[in-house]
Write a protein that binds this ligand. Structure first.
Ligand SMILES: N[C@@H]1[C@@H](O)[C@H](O)[C@@H](COP(=O)(O)O)O[C@@H]1O
Length: 244
């Protein structure tokens, strides 16, 4: 696990966008695993700018997102489908048919999850998986647990995640209680993993991810075992970590 310390959110975002665009330039038909949340927003807008300038070309890229709230339709403004269209897909030259997000509108959890697993497997798994990290160490929506999850599955969100994510909803009651998420094993199949983190609120989770025991109580800690994982985080998010 390599750790890249950045001065602030902007610096983190630009460096992350550099890694993603390098991947696309090196392999124009690559498979990207993408993430939602507020952390990747800066990197996505940087990619939009570079795509506009012709520096990066998404026309042959395929994408697979980590997760989606269960029970939201694709055009619900709170859905991760909508988030991805608003912040990236509709603003770059990607073929929408090559973008994939778990189908939260399918009430049949087993069917929705196994279909998503099949698609990710047939795509050969991501060349590069972008990850944010939850305050409690979750990745995707893989919450602290007693074991690491495998494939895509339906999860009950923890109170702390519901609370953290409620800032993006009008009322806390509006936050869906369940989500479909790629499993930890699937995330680990990506050939490269890029974790981004910003702000003091992530300091504890980032410390546990990088230096804690590998323990499903902090799902991100398993990334220590990945052979090609880079963490790009700002000073505040790395404030509990030793300076190396
Ligand atoms: N499912 C997403 C995660 O993929 C994301 O990493 C996390 C952190 O979000 P933020 O970047 O807004 O702090 O929130 C959500 O729960």
């Amino acid at each position: 696990m390599r750790i890249v310390r950045t001065t602030d959110y902007k610096d983190m975002s630009r460096k992350a966008a550099n890694v993603i665009s390098a991947q696309v330039i090196m392999k124009p038909d690559c498979v990207l695993g993408l993430a939602t949340g507020t952390t990747p927003l800066g990197a996505y807008s940087q990619l939009v700018e570079w795509c506009d300038k012709g520096d990066v070309d998404f026309s042959n890229v395929s994408t697979y997102n980590l997760d989606e709230y269960r029970g939201l339709t694709n055009d619900d403004p709170q859905s991760y489908h909508y988030f991805m269209r608003q912040n990236l897909f509709d603003k770059v030259n990607i073929d929408l048919a090559r973008t994939h997000v778990p189908d939260g509108s399918n009430p049949d959890a087993e069917a929705a999850c196994s279909e998503y697993d099949r698609m990710v497997r047939e795509a050969g798994y991501p060349d590069l998986q972008l990850l944010g990290i939850g305050n409690n160490g979750h990745i995707g929506f893989n919450e602290p647990d007693s074991c690491f999850s495998k494939g895509t599955h339906c999860v009950n969100l923890t109170e702390s995640t519901i609370k953290a994510n409620s800032r993006l909803f009008e009322r806390e009651e509006d936050v869906p209680r369940q989500a479909y998420t790629m499993g930890v094993q699937t995330i680990m199949y990506a050939r490269m993993i890029l974790v981004i983190a910003s702000g003091e609120a992530k300091a504890d989770a980032v410390y546990r991810m990088c230096y804690g025991p590998v323990d499903p109580d902090c799902p991100a800690s398993i990334l220590q075992l990945h052979t090609n994982c880079v963490v790009i985080a700002d000073e505040a998010a790395l404030s509990r970590c030793p300076q190396e």
